[in-house]
Design a protein around this ligand. Structure first.
Ligand SMILES: Nc1ncnc2c1ncn2[C@@H]1O[C@H](COP(=O)(O)OP(=O)(O)O)[C@@H](O)[C@H]1O
Ligand SMILES: [Mg+2]
Length: 492
């Protein structure tokens, strides 16, 4: 939040961090905060802004060239207490000489009351500079700021909105930059000639696009709820309790927002299903993060992406952020990782730090098939509220799962099926495999132009080989891990 950002910035400046980096497209807003902080410092700091086209207007120098821009700081202005804001400097940091001069500055500035702040729309810091440059996150505007900004904007345009509309609009705008907000207002006005409540839909559409633009987040539409899950009673009752804590009422009571949970289990045991049901239970949108894609982005770019992803997810709050198959994306991160100069480790670090520290109502549901490839830091206390192991369904659970899937397709004939007998014959089958047997049985009945029956499901079960037969060692390993007290049993 803006006050917190000002506070963080102030602290870093006073602690003589020489080089700061703020990633935001909102230059105006961040520079206003920098100037305000500079003024309040003792002694006050002069603010010099540089960009490649204008150089330093305040000093009349260093147009067009990045190296002279740094030389000015290094030698030109002596000891005047200053903050140098370098806009869009990131492409220059790739240059060897520039990078070297930046590192020289890191040393000289420590003894002076001078700070360099890089302001760029993206985080692109070469690995060699990461120890010298501190990246600060510039948060999106808060309710009060949006309200104020909208007020000024509407006044300037001689437009009025009903107070109720204005309130809904302000809420809808949370998670948008002020720049984007201005664009939306202008667009609406250009289109309709006057502002009315249709602007709210436009804002919501804009946010949906923001999700798409990340390239790694996707809205998932699903109406699966807890009743669609057979078994897993421990997990379900835990979720029901947490759902209560995910409310405004719980906030007022002083409870923190729940952080989220990690679901571990072999394929087909209902992890993805549980993620979807969680969003239904909390009545919030479900955002799925494609970790493979996040990690697959170009080196450097994935670091920007993870920050952008976090900002967008927070902007959509309250929401469920579903990190599917987190083990695939972060396989072995933290151990000897070769080939990408630590990008994966940093992306992972950014993500888990956020998970640990976040206070916003973003409920994370991460799923994993395998734990021994997961970085141990992920499993440490504080990242998740709980870690659940989803085992293969036991007898009673198989009965419930079969009932769920039979009822979905033949509600009226459910009693005709001998679910207990089928459950008995299907030890070792996962929920997905039980569902598949029901579907296969329907094919049999359909081909024979009759209704399908218990015998058909039994035949299909007998014909298929459950994954658990070949995966037995994996399952045993997971069971041992859970039995060591590392995870709670979802069965309950
Ligand atoms: N416990 C369960 N109850 C009901 N259906 C289940 C269960 N587990 C799995 N399924 C069925 O199998 C499908 C695939 O399961 P999924 O949740 O994708 O497994 P995972 O993500 O663990 O690999 C689900 O959409 C659901 O139809
Ligand atoms: Mg899955």
């Amino acid at each position: 939040m803006a006050t917190t950002f000002a506070h963080t910035l102030d602290l870093h400046i006073r602690a003589r961090y020489p080089l700061l980096y703020v990633a935001t497209a909102e230059e105006d807003r961040v520079e206003a905060v920098i100037r305000a902080v500079a003024e309040r410092l003792q002694p006050a700091r002069a603010v010099q802004e540089w960009d490649v086209v204008r150089g330093y207007p305040g000093l009349g120098t260093a147009k067009g060239l990045p190296l002279p821009a740094l030389d000015v700081i290094d030698s030109g202005v002596g000891d005047t207490p200053s903050i140098f804001v370098l806009r869009d400097f990131h492409p220059f940091l790739r240059d060897h000489q520039v990078a070297r001069q930046v590192r020289n500055l890191a040393r000289t500035l420590r003894t002076r009351r001078q700070t360099v702040v890089f302001v760029s729309p993206v985080v692109e810091v070469p690995p060699t500079l990461l120890d010298d440059i501190t990246i600060l996150d510039f948060p999106l505007p808060r309710y009060g700021e949006i309200e104020q900004h909208l007020g000024t904007l509407l006044q300037g345009l001689a437009q009025r909105l009903e107070p109720a509309t204005l309130e809904v609009l302000t809420k809808a705008c949370q998670g948008m930059s002020l720049t984007r907000l201005e664009q939306v207002v202008q667009m609406s006005l250009a289109e309709r000639g006057t502002l009315d409540e249709s602007i709210i839909d436009r804002v919501l559409e804009e946010k949906r696009q923001a999700v798409r633009r990340t390239g790694v987040l996707e809205f998932i539409n699903s109406d699966d709820d807890l009743d669609d899950i057979g078994g897993l009673h421990g997990l379900k009752s835990w979720l029901e309790r947490r759902a209560l804590a995910f409310s405004e009422r719980a906030r007022r009571y002083g409870l923190p927002n729940p952080k989220g949970l990690l679901l571990v289990g072999i394929q087909g045991t209902g992890k993805s299903l549980s993620a979807k049901a969680t969003a239904q239970l909390l009545r919030v949108p479900l955002l799925r993060l494609d970790v493979g894609r996040l990690m697959g982005s170009l080196v450097g770019e994935s670091e920007s992406r993870v920050r952008e992803m976090i900002a967008v997810a927070e902007a959509m709050a309250p929401t469920v952020l579903w990190i599917d198959e987190i083990d695939k994306g972060f396989r072995g991160v933290g151990s000897s990782f070769v080939g990408d100069s630590g990008t994966s480790a940093r992306v992972f670090g950014t993500l888990i730090t956020w998970m640990q520290e976040k206070t916003s109502p973003v409920f994370v549901v991460a799923t994993a098939n395998n734990i021994d490839v997961l970085p141990p830091e992920l499993l440490r206390k504080g990242r998740f509220d709980e870690i659940f192991f989803i085992d293969l369904p036991n007898d009673a659970e198989r009965r419930e799962i079969l009932e769920v899937h039979l009822a979905k397709r033949r509600e009226h004939r459910l009693r005709e099926f001998d679910v207990a007998a089928l459950a008995e014959r299907s030890a070792g089958y996962s929920g997905a495999e039980l569902e598949q047997a029901v579907i296969d049985a329907m094919y049999l009945g359909f081909e024979a132009r009759r209704e399908f029956e218990t015998a058909d499901v039994a035949a299909c079960l007998a014909e298929s080989v459950p994954l658990s037969r070949t995966k037995a060692p994996d399952i045993d390993a997971l069971r041992r891990w859970a039995a060591e007290g590392k995870a709670r049993l979802a069965t309950g």
